[in-house]
Design a protein around this ligand. Structure first.
Ligand SMILES: Nc1ncnc2c1ncn2[C@@H]1O[C@H](COP(=O)(O)OP(=O)(O)O)[C@@H](O)[C@H]1O
Ligand SMILES: [Mg+2]
Length: 269
């Protein structure tokens, strides 16, 4: 079964797009068939992957029905991962996309193009609007990137309210895959204070054990529009994303195993 994961947060600049690109790349390195989809009208993934040199068509064209999936699903150079951009979106398209999202059309499109992939990672816009709601509605789970900044942490409850609302009304099986601490420097007093604060607020199992450190190389990879794994000098941070992908897999395996029932009381055979 394929798994659709939204990478979402109420806040911008916390590392959603960077997580989609690098977690997607790492899951792919672990042998998974991965598709990353731009759900952000600002086109974060299209920019982060320099998709425009291949196509200007994307999600908005599927919504408008003027392109077909094969026009928008673009395999990477080595053909292992596929990227779907937002398309050439005009300011007036954003409201249209919000409306179509609320009517369920964005979710239906994502479901229809996601067949045949193991993981579909959705890059989400910041906020609590219709597009985010639609992305959460179509997802099996959500990863919430967090920076240890006071304003990010203080506003988490409003985002959790949205998740609960989606669960109550639209998608009862939506799970929080985990909160991901991102851009962690480990050497700022305010960061330590905020870190301690969130650890008090939420149970430890909510967080991925993997922390993504702050690393200038992320920006260097971003200039070249590649995942950090493809930048020779960025292998430290690339390792953190491999750890994250591995942890995600381990969490899944453990959840699926769930311990044995009575039927195994006499052994495996
Ligand atoms: N671990 C990191 N270390 C350093 N810079 C990072 C890291 N993660 C993301 N960034 C930078 O932070 C900025 C915001 O990240 P981005 O993924 O675009 O956030 P969002 O999609 O949540 O708005 C980008 O310039 C990105 O290169
Ligand atoms: Mg983004």
């Amino acid at each position: 079964m394929n798994k659709i994961i939204a990478i979402a947060s109420h806040k911008g600049g916390v590392g959603k797009t960077t997580t989609v690109l690098n977690l997607g790349f790492s899951l792919n390195q672990l042998g998974q068939k991965v598709m990353i989809i731009d759900g952000d009208p600002q086109g974060g993934i299209a920019v982060a992957s320099n998709l425009k040199k291949r196509t200007n068509l994307g999600i908005i064209n599927l919504i408008k029905n003027d392109a077909s999936p094969k026009d928008v699903i673009i395999p990477t150079r080595d053909k292992t991962m596929s990227v779907v951009g937002i398309g050439a979106i005009e300011p007036e398209d954003v409201l249209f996309m919000e409306k179509e999202a609320l009517r369920g059309n964005l979710g239906r499109i994502i479901q229809s193009i996601s067949k045949g992939f193991d993981y579909i990672l959705l890059d989400s816009p910041a906020g609590l609007g219709g597009i985010v709601t639609a992305l959460l509605t179509v997802s099996h789970s959500i990863i919430i990137p967090i920076n240890c900044r006071s304003i990010v942490v203080k506003t988490i409850p409003s985002f959790l309210k949205l998740i609960n609302r989606v669960r109550d009304k639209l998608n009862p099986s939506l799970r929080i895959e985990g909160m991901l601490i991102n851009m962690f420097t480990g050497n700022k007093t305010s960061e330590t204070e905020v870190y301690n604060e969130i650890m008090k607020q939420f149970p430890p199992t909510v967080f991925f054990n993997t922390l993504i450190p702050f690393d200038e190389k992320v920006e260097q990879a971003s200039i070249k529009a590649i995942p950090v794994g493809l930048l020779p000098e960025a292998q430290n941070i690339a390792r953190a994303y491999i750890d994250l992908a591995t942890e995600l897999k381990i969490r899944e395996i453990q959840k699926n195993m769930g311990g044995v029932g009575d039927e195994y009381a006499e052994g495996l055979f």
